[in-house]
Design a protein around this ligand. Structure first.
Ligand SMILES: [Zn+2]
Ligand SMILES: [Zn+2]
Length: 173
């Protein structure tokens, strides 16, 4: 399970947690189903903290493939990323908020909260400014949390648009 983080803004009542990215988010592309790479972000359309798409970095992937070329075939995570990148190569849309489909969001940067219990519960400032109020986004890994998150599966087209269960191609046979 990924780490649980609380996020909040120092300038307004915006708050949320990393649970927004938990659960199963998939691209359904033809018969392929891929877990959507995602992070928590500040969506200015939802006006909340939501899961947002992180599109594969084609340049970085090409570089990695070049590095291992001739030595071995890409395996595991890298192979998956390459396959996903090639499926998304002709994608036209910018990354989207996975709640509302908006492009108007900022990804909350990763922050090194450090190992061990000492850093638990200590608020850390990220370098993200909440554009709406000018406040700063803080992160904290709390000592305890209650997990009330609903983990349903959600499906999206390769353009990042959510499709419902009923229109989902895999269930048509
Ligand atoms: Zn704010
Ligand atoms: Zn949104």
């Amino acid at each position: 399970m990924s780490a649980f983080h609380n996020y909040w803004c120092s300038g307004c009542d915006l708050e949320g947690s990393s649970t927004c990215t938990w659960g199963d988010f998939f691209y359904q592309i033809g018969t392929y189903r891929f877990s959507i790479p995602r992070r928590a972000g500040v969506c200015y359309n939802c006006e909340s903290i939501t899961a947002v798409e992180i599109l594969p970095d084609q340049t970085a992937l090409h570089k990695k493939v070049k590095q291992i070329k001739g030595k071995s075939a890409p395996t595991g995570y890298l192979a998956e990323q390459i396959e996903l990148a090639s499926l998304l190569e002709k994608r036209e849309s910018q990354p989207r908020c996975l709640e509302c489909g908006s492009h108007n969001f900022q990804v909350i940067p990763k922050i090194d909260v450090g190992p061990g219990r000492l850093t638990l519960n200590t608020p850390r400032k990220t370098n993200l400014i909440h554009k709406k109020c000018g406040g700063k986004i803080y992160v904290r890994q709390p000592l305890l949390h209650i997990d009330g998150h609903d983990r349903k599966e959600r499906f999206y087209t390769k353009e990042g648009i959510e499709v419902t269960y009923q229109t989902h191609p895999i269930f048509k046979f």
